[in-house]
Design a protein around this ligand. Structure first.
Ligand code: SF4
Length: 472
């Protein structure tokens, strides 16, 4: 697109137009909750316009190939034949019959995907997907995440955590530590771990404070931190779902948490200064699509699902690849991708090509790279547009400068102002308005960019999005 072309497509550039505020309550504004958290789960289906929806929690995104195959069968035989990957590394099945809850639960239990019915919505754990695979990071935190999940499922009180409460287990590279989790573990050089309660400080990527614990104590310390949060919720008389929703006088304090840890025999010391995380660039720390080199001639395959959705056929291809060529395991990432560990370097390129042929994103220069969308019409009654169709059309339409997509801001298309599943950090917000879209950069910190808002028709959206992302 020519430099001035953005102006051609701009129906109105509404300088200084206020962006819709984020809706999460702040500490100054405790959440008025008249009902429990309605987050969907595998046992609590959500009735959407395209049928019932089930969200299957996958702690650390981990799946055996046996479990992955069970999900594909459930999607095909009970749902609409597709699998959505979520921003927490979980899988959603859509288009389910309203009476299939029992059959789905039986299948998930049979596959080992429901270790505790009572805890199924509390098992929100993300972990660095490349931990132990590429030589980065300071610990194989996938093991920590598995232990954390076991402890969560055996502690009765954690069943009352909201379905929105999130644990993050970062191997020190700084990828999932930037996801604004409620309880975060971060591996440090030397083998210990930082335990942090609440979101990352500053821009979420560069620094953190917290308590220092031994690596072997880290999973247990994370569960105790969640119990400390639940105690604060009770003391405050609120129904806070997230740590950031606690009123300030009831914030989880390092001193009280250290006391609870000590009672459990866990020694914790307060960090005197921020601890550096990886490169300080959370986006750069995530797995890029393609072949990821590791030690001893082993590689991992990293792919993204276009707009976060896979057909059962694409999912089966990933499963078969993991079974035949990999280590028999898949890792669903919080960036709507899948990592397959353990393939040989010799066969890696051929495997990547086969996955690309099947429509998966295997290259950062793909026009689908960095593009996301909510469910939109027809699946969501709140949506003002078929955002997935429009996002797909825009991705196909724009000719990007070679190499530009790899460095462009992520873009997210939303059918209404809730913006379900939008990315954090810096991103381009494409919001349906009923007669088109409003396109704006968010989180850039540059006032002139934050105020630049394009109001465009669906046909004009592609160019406005490209201009806002910087891909043309
Ligand atoms: S952002 Fe709005 S339209 Fe999109 S899935 Fe959420 S509620 Fe529905």
């Amino acid at each position: 697109m020519r430099a001035g072309q953005a102006a051609d497509v701009m129906v109105g550039m509404l300088a200084a137009m206020p962006l819709t505020p984020e809706t999460s309550p702040t500490r100054a504004e405790p959440p008025p909750r008249g009902r429990g958290d309605a987050c969907p789960g595998a046992l609590r289906l959500h009735e959407a316009d395209d049928g019932a929806l089930a969200r299957v929690r996958l702690p650390a995104g981990l799946l055996t190939t046996h479990q992955a195959a069970a999900l594909a069968r459930a999607a095909e035989e009970l749902g609409d034949g597709r699998l959505d990957l979520t921003s927490r590394g979980n899988v959603q099945l859509r288009g389910l019959g309203s009476d299939c809850g029992g059959a789905l639960a039986d299948r998930l239990r049979g596959a080992g995907l429901l270790p505790s019915d009572r805890h199924e919505r509390a098992r929100n754990v993300v972990a660095s997907p490349l931990a132990g695979l590429d030589g980065g990071g300071y610990a194989d935190v996938q093991r920590w995440a598995r232990r954390l999940d076991e402890l969560l499922c055996t502690e009765p009180d954690t069943a009352s955590l909201s379905g929105r409460f999130l644990f993050a287990v970062d191997d020190g590279r700084g990828d999932v530590a930037a996801l604004d989790a409620d309880v975060t573990l971060i591996a440090r050089v030397g083998g210990d771990a930082v335990l942090r309660v609440g979101g990352a400080e500053g821009d979420g990527a560069a620094a953190c404070r917290g308590l220092l614990v031994r690596a072997e104590d880290a999973p247990g310390a994370a569960v105790l931190a969640a119990l400390e949060f639940l105690a604060a919720v009770r003391d405050s008389g609120t129904r806070a779902w997230r740590v950031r929703e606690l009123p300030a006088p009831y914030a989880v304090s390092a001193r009280r948490l250290a006391g609870r840890l000590a009672e459990a025999g866990i020694t914790a010391t307060a960090l005197a200064s921020p601890c550096p995380l990886g490169t300080g660039n959370a986006e750069a720390a995530r797995p890029v699509p393609g072949l990821v080199s590791g030690p001893e001639g082993r590689c991992a395959l990293s792919v993204l699902a276009p707009l976060g959705r896979l057909t059962a056929e694409q999912w089966r291809l990933l499963t078969a690849t993991a079974a035949r060529e990999g280590a028999g395991e898949l890792r669903v990432t919080p960036w709507r991708g899948v990592v397959i560990p353990g393939v040989s370097a010799a066969s890696g390129r051929e495997l990547v090509a086969a996955l690309a042929d099947a429509g998966l994103v295997t290259d950062r220069n793909s026009p689908w790279y960095g593009v996301g969308a909510c469910t939109g019409r027809p699946g969501c009654a709140k949506s003002l547009a078929d955002v997935r169709a429009d996002a797909g059309q825009a991705a196909r339409a724009v000719r990007t400068v070679p190499g530009a997509a790899a460095h462009a801001l992520p873009v997210y298309w939303s059918g209404c102002e809730r913006r379900c599943g939008h990315p954090g950090g810096r991103w381009v917000d494409v919001l349906a308005t009923g007669d088109g879209y409003r396109v704006a950069a968010r989180g850039t910190g540059a006032p002139e960019t934050e105020r630049a808002v394009w109001a465009v028709t669906a046909e004009q959206a592609a160019d406005a999005v490209a201009a806002a992302r910087g891909t043309t």
